[in-house]
Design a protein around this ligand. Structure first.
Ligand code: HEC
Ligand code: HEC
Length: 419
């Protein structure tokens, strides 16, 4: 133990305890991200081609200018580099990176989607994102020969959208029963609504078939773990002494791994860290509390009618969700991979640098404590500036080169899969 301390203080922690090794190995991105049984076309290549085309296509937004890539830009780690996103209007939460996104269990900061395919349906109908409606989206696919043939190759015939008496140009369900689109939706026959919902869910599944491929190659940290497990001391020098010291703080006294563990350095669950609002006001975003309610109300969920495996474990864990007061103001633990590309940080982009994030954890200055709502895990760390720099060096060692280049841009118009 004393020897170990000496080595750490000397700057080269070459010997690690078994517990440290176990904890460190638990952060490696080793095995493949599991598939999603609620999406039967998860691994269908043609579906992924359709999904990629839609992802980069601004034609699905009301003003023809916003695509998924507007806020999830491949050049910015599939995030947007801004505190708050700008689609048709400014959003209220920061746009997360989509790198390795399929490794999550719940999607959005509040987890109001439980599958990647169901998540993908939200932006189309959100006022501040695409401001469109599911009928407009499907009409666009139906009237575009390439999109339509790609859709029909994977899913079979589209609904008979030529008949605009049955399938109005703009319609979607909604609470505001005065809105033109909602009036049009409510006037549709139930079986036509059902056919539209199935086709809309299919589109989400195609987008997910693309998105789950956004996996990053191994980082220096992952290479370090390979070397550590192989007992290859030389290989372990891929991490600088500072990054190695930061890594030991991360899995040790800084307590980060309580929430940031597993291959994404996220427990995939929700916590209230008491980060103040960007403008200093009291937090009013209910986070997971509202997220659980919204998920339960959404027909597009893992245990719902449009799921391909409602009885799967994923479906069952949605079915058994229950709210408690600790969910109020809790947000999903973000992945800590590729932070070099995804500033600013936190659910409102409150912090523009990693240094600011670490200063917060170190002092908890400005932390908002919401009486009984709060967990009590966080305590000020009181680390030295040298230790904070070490932690930052470790966090940056979790950065990888981008995913496969073919996924990073709109597809050429010629369908690469046609003969
Ligand atoms: C106007 C900006 C904007 C557009 C356009 C947009 N997104 Fe997002 N996206 C966001 C924001 C902001 C969030 C987080 C919102 C929240 O948590 O409430 C998000 C969340 C996500 C997530 C969840 C990530 C996670 O880690 O949980 C996925 C996946 C995603 N978007 C994919 C898409 C796809 C696919 C499209 C196009 C169909 C799209 N986005 C269009 C801003 C945007
Ligand atoms: C109690 C659980 C918990 C602990 C402990 C914890 N975090 Fe976090 N971390 C979170 C949550 C939740 C968020 C998102 C909070 C938000 O946006 O409101 C977050 C956000 C972050 C972010 C921003 C990531 C991004 O993309 O926005 C970084 C970086 C980070 N944590 C690093 C650390 C480090 C380093 C430690 C240890 C010093 C640590 N965390 C300890 C739960 C935790």
């Amino acid at each position: 133990m004393i020897l170990l301390l000496v080595l750490i203080l000397a700057g080269s922690p070459t010997s690690l305890t078994e517990q440290q090794q176990r904890r460190i190995a638990g952060l490696q991105m080793s095995s493949a991200i599991p598939g999603d049984p609620t999406n039967r076309i998860w691994d269908n290549e043609q579906a992924a081609v359709l999904g990629q085309r839609v992802f980069f296509d601004p034609g699905f937004s009301r003003n023809g200018e916003v695509s998924c890539a507007t806020c999830h830009d491949p050049a910015l780690g599939f995030a947007d580099g801004k505190p708050l996103p700008m689609g048709l209007a400014q959003g209220e939460r920061h746009a997360p990176s989509l790198l390795n996104v399929a490794g999550h269990r719940w999607f959005f900061w509040d987890g109001r989607a439980d599958t990647l395919w169901a998540q993908a349906l939200h932006p189309f109908e959100r006022e501040e994102e695409f401001g469109s409606s599911r009928l407009e989206v499907l009409h666009r696919i139906h009237s575009d020969p390439l999109l339509r043939s790609q859709y029909e190759q994977v899913f079979g015939s589209m609904p008979q959208l030529d008949d605009i008496n049955r399938f109005p140009p703009r319609a979607r369900p909604g609470r505001n029963t005065q809105a033109t689109e909602v009036v049009a939706w409510n006037a549709m026959a139930e079986e036509d609504q059902e056919a539209v919902n199935i086709a809309f869910a299919n589109l989400g599944k195609a987008i997910a078939a693309y998105e789950h491929q956004l996996i990053t190659p191994p980082s220096d940290f992952d290479r370090f773990v390979d070397a550590m497990l192989a007992g290859n001391q030389k290989g372990m020098t891929v991490l600088s002494p500072a990054a190695q010291r930061g890594m030991l703080l991360f899995v040790g006294e800084a307590g980060c791994r309580q929430c940031h563990n597993g291959p994404l350095l996220s427990d995939l669950e929700f916590h209230n860290t008491g980060i103040p609002n960007a403008d200093g006001s009291m937090p009013s975003d209910p986070g997971r509390w509202k997220g659980i309610q919204l998920l339960g109300e959404n027909p597009f969920r893992a245990n719902g009618a449009y799921s391909d495996a409602p009885e799967s474990r994923r479906g069952q864990s949605t079915a058994s969700l229950a709210r408690n007061s600790e969910h109020w103001g809790a947000f999903r633990t973000p992945s800590l991979r590729n932070l070099n590309q995804t500033a600013p940080y936190m659910h409102q982009g409150q912090f523009s640098t990693l240094g600011e994030v670490l200063d917060f954890y170190n002092t908890l200055e400005g932390m908002v404590v919401m009486d009984h709502h709060q967990e009590t895990v966080l305590a000020p760390l009181g680390l030295t500036s040298g230790q904070l720099a070490d932690l930052e060096a470790f966090l940056l060692s979790l950065s990888s080169p981008p995913p496969n280049a073919s996924l990073m841009a709109p597809l050429p118009l010629e369908d690469p899969h046609s003969p």
